[in-house]
Design a protein around this ligand. Structure first.
Ligand SMILES: Cc1cc2nc3c(=O)[nH]c(=O)nc-3n(C[C@H](O)[C@H](O)[C@H](O)COP(=O)(O)OP(=O)(O)OC[C@H]3O[C@@H](n4cnc5c(N)ncnc54)[C@H](O)[C@@H]3O)c2cc1C
Length: 378
């Protein structure tokens, strides 16, 4: 870490404190109106806040229990893409509902044969007057069953599929109203017993042309904006993507419930998990140093995401080990997050090294973009 935290009397800090004094229990709408939901977004949506200003706002909001670094597809993925490629009318149409959280979003990118190799996607969008007609299938669409809007990438130039390395040239980027006739969302039940993601089928789904973001056949550039933001969001804090317990909870459990760990092998595992946690925290500070110095932490998010996702699996596994036989016997029917957050997280943490780009793909990014290794053969 190579920065000083802005002092207590920093005028930007005092301004947030003033606002909090007038809004001691702010609603999502209050936060959105003040520009505090996404302070780094340009006005009128945010405050054009640089990383330091953003850090101040995050710290002050954290002091009243508001976590401003949540994982939401609308705020984390769709919003930045609409800001980058959307028209003013499109921004006015979708950003308010994203900022105040009143509208939920899903991401319709992956297909059964296009996950890591996303550019081989096949779902088609054919122009018909003022509309596109969409046909095909998406999979692993998180919260598609409860979302109002979806960000969708589809092939508008079918001939591009034959173009090998240049397949991404025939892809366009759309926003889709999930209530449109012809969209069918089928739940996928996970090993947690819950339903986090879905298959989404499109049969002659008509999407107005003004729901296309950016030019036709140039959606790949925007898809990369979405994926970069997704990687960054999912690398924050990292453990179970903010949906489950964190390492601190584990160490509080050890302190409060066990006092100490007598078994030497478990003690060694705990030391390893603790070391991982510290490394991730320090790495976060290094990324913050980069951002405050005006450098884009970009591909470094791949390192933090990989460390944090694997850490999520090691802390939940250690918790199972610490609980002994009870961990196997007591919770057979308790699969929901509310019933037993540790058990749920143990199962769900397996998904983290896959979602948002697998750990192997993150290692490719680290190798190519940070270490300068040659690109893997196509
Ligand atoms: C919790 C979760 C939430 C998700 N949410 C969404 C969502 O909301 N919307 C959405 O569109 N998708 C979503 N996904 C899908 C996710 O993006 C894909 O699962 C992921 O990109 C991997 O694709 P795949 O499952 O097709 O596996 P594949 O790409 O088929 O990979 C199979 C295996 O091969 C390895 N592999 C593939 N290519 C390479 C390579 N070049 N080098 C080395 N190894 C490689 C992978 O690492 C993996 O181990 C989600 C997935 C999860 C687990």
């Amino acid at each position: 870490m190579d920065f000083d935290l802005p002092p207590d009397d920093d005028p930007r800090r005092l301004a947030v404190r003033d606002w909090i004094a007038n809004h001691p229990d702010p609603t999502p709408t209050d936060l959105a109106r003040a520009g505090y939901t996404a302070p780094h977004w340009p006005a009128p949506w945010g405050l054009d806040a640089d990383p330091e200003h953003q850090l101040i706002i995050d710290q002050e909001l954290a002091s009243i229990g508001i976590d401003n670094v949540g994982v939401s597809i609308g705020l984390g993925w769709a919003g930045p893409t609409i800001l980058t490629g959307g028209t003013t009318a499109q921004q006015q149409r979708w950003l308010p509902g994203i900022l105040d959280g009143s509208e939920q979003w899903t991401q319709l990118f992956s297909e059964p044969d296009a996950g890591s190799d996303l550019a081989s996607l096949r779902i088609s969008a054919v122009r018909d007057g003022d509309e596109y007609v969409i046909n095909g299938q998406k999979i692993w669409s998180t919260w598609a069953d409860q979302s109002q809007w979806g960000i969708l990438i589809a092939r508008t130039d079918p001939s591009s599929l034959e173009e090998g390395d240049r397949r991404q040239r025939g892809i366009s980027y759309f926003v889709v109203d999930m209530d449109t006739p012809g969209i069918e969302v089928r739940p996928i039940i996970e090993m947690t017993g819950g339903n986090h993601f879905n298959e989404t089928w499109f049969t002659d789904v008509r999407v107005p042309v003004d729901c296309r973001i950016g030019p036709e056949n140039e959606g790949w550039r925007l898809a990369k904006v979405t994926l970069g933001n997704e990687r960054l969001s999912l690398s924050h804090g990292g453990v179970i993507w903010g949906m489950g317990p964190v390492s601190d909870d584990l160490f509080a459990f050890v302190k409060d419930e066990l006092g100490s760990i007598d078994d030497p092998v478990l003690r060694q595992k705990a030391a390893r998990v603790y070391t991982e946690k510290r490394l991730i925290e320090l790495f976060g500070l290094r990324m913050m140093t980069m951002a405050l110095g005006g450098n884009d932490p970009g591909p470094f998010a791949s390192i933090r995401k990989t460390l944090a996702d694997e850490h999520g699996q090691s802390i939940t596994t250690l918790m199972k080990d610490l609980r002994g036989a009870h961990a196997m016997l007591g919770e057979q029917n308790e699969h929901t997050e509310e019933d037993d957050v540790w058990h749920w997280s143990y199962l769900f943490s397996r998904a983290l090294t896959i979602g948002g780009g697998t750990s192997e793909v993150q290692r490719n990014i680290i190798g190519e973009r940070l270490l300068g290794l040659p690109k893997e053969p196509g």
